[in-house]
Ligand binder design. Sequence first.
Ligand SMILES: [Zn+2]
Length: 354
Amino acid sequence: MTSVASSPNPSTDRPAAGPLPKAELHLHIEGTLEPGLAFALARRNGVELPYATEDELRRAYSFADLQSFLDLYYALMAVLRTEDDFADLAHAYLARAKEQGVRHAEIFFDPQAHTARGVAIGTVIDGLARALDAAEETYGISTRLIMCFLRDESAESALATFEAARPYLHRITAVGLDSAEVGHPPVKFREVFALAKEAGLKCVAHAGEEGPPAYVWEALDVLGVDRIDHGVRSMEDERLVARLVADQVPLTVCPLSYLRLRVVDDLADHPLPAMLDAGLLVTVNSDDPAYFGGYADDNFTAVRDALGLDGATLRRLARNSFRASFLDEPTRERYLKEIDAHEAAAGQDGAHGA
Ligand SMILES: [Zn+2]
C-alpha cells in the first residue's frame, strides 16, 4: 500500500493532495451529455439536432427555470439510442468524475425518457451496466445504479416501468423520483415505492427543490425514503429540520444547479452554511453537470469560493457523502480513511508549499 503522506512531491506549485475524495450521490447520467458527445452520437445515429454547432448548443444551456432546462434535456436525449450510446455516456462521465476526485458514484437514470422514444429498458440498463462494470478497474470508482421515475408521468407508467425492470433488478440499488416537482407530490408514487421496498431496493426522492416542505414530509412518511434529493426548502419548516437532523436523513444538495436554474441569483445566498449549522447531513453533488456548468469538485470549489467554506467544512461535506451513500461498511471506512490521508497530505503541502 502506498502512503500518500510519505510520497515525495517534487513540484511545489501543484498541490500533492489533488481534489478531495468524495462520493457523488445526485447525478443524472442523462445530465452528463456534453455538446461534443451529443453531436458525435447524433452523427452516429443519423439524428438531426436543432443546433448547427456545439457552440450554438452550449448557448442554449441557459435556462429561466426547471421547466426550460427539462425541455432541452429531453430534446437532446433523442441521440441516445443503442447500448453503445449509453455505455459511451457513462464512460464519459466516469472519466470526468475521476478527475474530480469522485471515488464512488450512485447514478440516476430515467428509463421512461428512453422507453417513450422506443428504446427498450434493457438497452438502457445493459449499456450503462457495461460501463459501470468496468468502472472500478478503469477509473477506480465504485458505482451503484438508481432507477428514477418521472414524477410528471402517471403512477401507472411508473408501475409499468418497475415491472419492465424486474429482470434487471440485480443491477439496481435503489429507486428514485425526479423531473418537474410541483403538482406531483410523492404520495402519487406510494404503490411503486412499496413494490421497490418489497423487492429489497433502497428508496430516494427529489423533494423540496421547487416543491414545498410538505413534499419532503411525504417522501419520508409515505414513501419511506432513505435520502432526500435537494431538500433545500426543508429549511422553511423548523419541525422538518428537527426530524431530518434527529434521523440523520441525508440531503443531496446541488449548488450549481440552483444557480443555473435561478433558484438563487447568487451562490453567496445559498443556505448550505445554515443547513450545516442546523446539523443536517448535507452532501454536495452536481445533478446535471453538462447543463449546470460543473462536475462534483467544481461544485465543491464553487461553494468554497462563494460561501467562504474552510478546509474542515469541505472535508465534512466529503465525509458526509460517504456516510450518506449505500456503500457497505468496510468500503465506506476505506474511503473515509482516504479523506484523512488527503488531510494529512494537504497539511504537508501547507507546511512546505509556497
Ligand atoms: Zn436531480
